[in-house]
Write a protein that binds this ligand. Structure first.
Ligand code: ADP
Length: 534
């Protein structure tokens, strides 16, 4: 059995204690203090100090032993002697150091005559310096330096670890911020397809709270409203995901690209549906086995709506444009025929149909232009002025009266109807639309009643017909762009579903409201709109 001298036993005990502290990931401050205690004690020192390099490579004192905290700055001149050993002019430096030591001794009222110092190094990189100040003069022995080296090495490991730990924390925070702030839903799965993390966006998309989602199977959180026909995660894994494996020249697995793409309707926890696209990207261990899957979930509701709207737009518009163009062409060709003599009445009727259909085309084009301008500008510009709604409505009605004998019109405006602030041309468009709809959607004729009331703050106008009516589920939808109620489509009544959308935009731009309701106890619909007087 080897008997160690006492100081070796002490050194070993100290080293053990410090390495345990490092393994236990104690605070860097605690470890550095332990290192100083060991170094000062083993070297018979009075004062100990550890200075660490900052980002700019300058040293700053991080731990001291043997002096009061408010005395630390007295030791600062020693930092200039960090590279003392390598100095060209050793003697001059040494003289300078002695001078500083004397000054420090005087300021601290202590006897300090010798400095033993060593760099804290790891893989050739200098992280700082450890100093032990002794009361007696002279130079450190090789043994002194060996002992201090053992503690300096420990301190260097602790500092290095702390740096790594901080970098890991910073990286984690960065990742957490990316996850939290992402506009897409993100889910991290383990290889067994269990949820390890979801970000706030995915939480709001699915209705699953983070805490409840963790450790659940993927399929609990991502529930498809209808089975997704294409690839599933299980199949992807079973098929030896990734698909696009890149191998190096030895045929070794190198990297994998190739994420799995799925699109469909999610069923949220509250039962609502959400159209999403999900990209699953695998993360592998070094040996190529699956470690995690990162799912990136994007809400594609708007995209889908836009697609749907585009196709509705094309079908509605082509149908609506074709009919008047065909009529105009047909009548123009007929009237032009050389082989027939048309009487005045037939010519007149043909021409008035051509005119009406041209008007219909103009109206359609105007609506389309307005809707597209709204889409690009986002707001409707109004040309405000004083508008007498009772006169405006009467005027619009006069024009329509000449176009139908099947309908009876009643105009009932409260007396002394006030003028309001508004855009006359746009408001005319509103009543053109409501009254023409009342006529169009009462194909068998009937009564159309328009009435106006007012209060101190607002005016209210209702347009009531006894036509085909609208189901209670559709009354709110008819103000959406391109929406047409089933009754209208089934009866083959022409239209684009744009008019009421524009009516609502105009009324809302005026600060007003519009809604519709089925007539109570009798067929037909009532449209009610309110507008502020000022
Ligand atoms: P369009 O009449 O060109 O289809 P609108 O936007 O003016 O477009 O109307 C949207 C839908 O609302 C119509 O397609 C129709 O289904 C319904 N609608 C509008 N007004 C009436 C009404 N007075 N009676 C019954 N249904 C109506």
């Amino acid at each position: 059995m080897i008997i160690l001298p006492d100081f070796r036993i002490h050194q070993r005990d100290y080293l053990l204690k410090i390495s345990r502290a490092i393994t236990a990931q104690l605070d860097l401050d605690v470890v550095l203090r332990m290192v100083l205690e060991a170094s000062v004690s083993m070297l018979g020192g009075e004062v100990g100090m550890i200075a660490l390099r900052g980002p700019e490579q300058t040293l700053s004192i991080e731990a001291v032993l043997g002096i009061e905290p408010d005395e630390i700055e007295v030791l600062e001149p020693l930092l200039n002697f960090a590279s003392f050993k390598k100095s060209q002019d050793k003697d001059a430096k040494s003289g300078e150091l002695q001078l500083h030591l004397r000054l420090i001794s005087r300021k601290l009222n202590r006897v300090l005559r010798q400095v033993v110092s060593l760099p804290l190094q790891i893989s050739g990189e200098s992280l700082g310096v450890i100093y032990v100040l002794r009361a007696y003069p002279g130079s450190p022995t090789p043994d002194d330096l060996l002992i201090l080296q053992s503690f300096a090495d420990q301190a260097a490991i602790a500092v290095h670890n702390a740096g790594l730990y901080q970098a890991t924390i910073a990286e984690k925070r960065r990742l957490a911020t990316i996850l939290d702030a992402s506009g897409d839903g993100i889910m991290i799965l383990d290889a067994q397809l269990k949820v390890k993390r979801i970000n706030p966006m995915l939480s709001s998309m699915t209705g699953w709270q983070m805490n409840f989602a963790v450790d659940r199977p993927h399929d609990d959180v991502i529930r498809w409203a209808e089975p997704v026909p294409k690839l599933t995660l299980e199949k992807a894994i079973a098929d030896g995901w990734p698909y696009n494996v890149v191998r190096d020249s030895n045929g070794e697995w190198e990297s994998a690209v190739g994420s799995l793409y799925v699109e469909g309707d999610l069923e949220r926890l509250d039962g609502m549906r959400l159209s999403v696209e999900i990209k699953y990207a695998p993360v592998f261990f070094e040996d190529g086995s699956l470690r995690n899957i990162i799912a990136n979930v994007r809400d594609i509701t708007r995209f889908r709506q836009a697609e749907e709207m585009k196709s509705t737009f094309i079908s509605v518009i082509s149908h609506e444009l074709k009919t008047p163009v065909a009529l105009i062409k047909g009548y123009a060709q007929t009237l032009q025929r050389d082989d027939a003599e048309w009487d005045k009445e037939t010519i007149q009727r043909g021409l008035s149909i051509i005119e009406e259909e041209a008007d219909r085309l103009t109206y359609l084009i105007e609506n389309l232009l307005m809707a597209s301008r709204l889409q690009s500008e986002g707001v409707l510009r109004l040309n405000m002025g004083e508008v007498a709604l009772d006169e405006l409505v009467a005027d619009v009605l006069e024009r329509f009266k000449t176009q139908t004998n099947q309908h009876q019109f009643v105009l009932e405006f409260q007396e002394n109807f006030p003028t309001i602030q508004g855009d006359e041309a746009r408001l005319r468009q509103v009543f053109d639309n409501l009254i023409s709809n009342a006529i169009k959607y009462s194909p068998d004729g009937g009564l159309i009643k328009i009435s106006g009331q007012y209060t101190d703050d607002l005016v209210q106008i209702t347009v009531q017909d006894n036509g085909i009516g609208i189901s209670s589920t559709d009354v709110t939808k008819i103000f959406d762009r391109f929406f047409r109620a089933q009754e209208a489509i089934e009866k083959g009544l022409p239209g684009t579903g744009l008019g009421l959308f524009l009516v609502r935009v105009i009324i809302e731009a005026h600060g007003g409201q519009i809604w519709a309701k089925p007539n109570q106890g009798q067929p037909g619909t009532t449209f009610i709109l309110t507008l502020p007087r000022r």
